[in-house]
Ligand binder design. Sequence first.
Ligand SMILES: O=C(CO)[C@H](O)[C@H](O)COP(=O)(O)O
Length: 218
Amino acid sequence: MFENEKRMAAMEALKFVRNDMRIGIGTGSTAYYFIEGLSELVKNGLRITGIPTSKKSEELCRSFNIPVDYNIKDIDIDFDGADEFDPYGNLIKGGGGALVREKIVAYNSREFYVLVDHSKYSERLHKFPLPVEVLPFMSEKTLENIERLGCRASFRDDKKFISDNGNYIIDCVFSYTDPELESQIKMIPGVVEVGIFRHLATKIFQGTIDGCRIIDVK
Ligand SMILES: O=C(CO)[C@H](O)[C@H](O)COP(=O)(O)O
């Protein structure tokens, strides 16, 4: 859905990539367009090092001959998609189950550029269930503890979905996903990471019917 908008967001963001940059490479269908476009630039001589946020994106990079290295201290810009964003640049991420690595890369990047289609915007985060990665150990209790915060929660694909880190994803339906929930959920033992990304995005590239809108996050 909205493939053209996703492609336009990715193409606009690619204009910010320069020689010798170390860049975070996201996960998902919008990130795919970014990786595809990046591979063309690399083919034409651009020198960059990529830090992929999932095994899938790493495989894609390698198949496109995009150099990959995880032993990088400074990441210039991270480019990734999102499931939902609000006017303050708060994000829900993890629809593809890659939230742990995505958050590590975003946190350690000087800039974090988010690539989305128009449908991802909400005045208040409520449309997309909040993904939470949890350890398998006593995960039923972890789910119960998360539900106590006021949501309906379920294991993704009845525990058949296993993250790149060997963990489960719990999808949590809140009537409103208050960004403040990030720290409350993270406090629960067994929780590895929460798909709320606050104070991380620096620019949002939102594909629209006739182009791409760039939002600078204050
Ligand atoms: O967080 C993610 C993966 O864990 C993705 O960035 C998010 O799900 C958006 O994906 P898409 O670009 O396919 O809509």
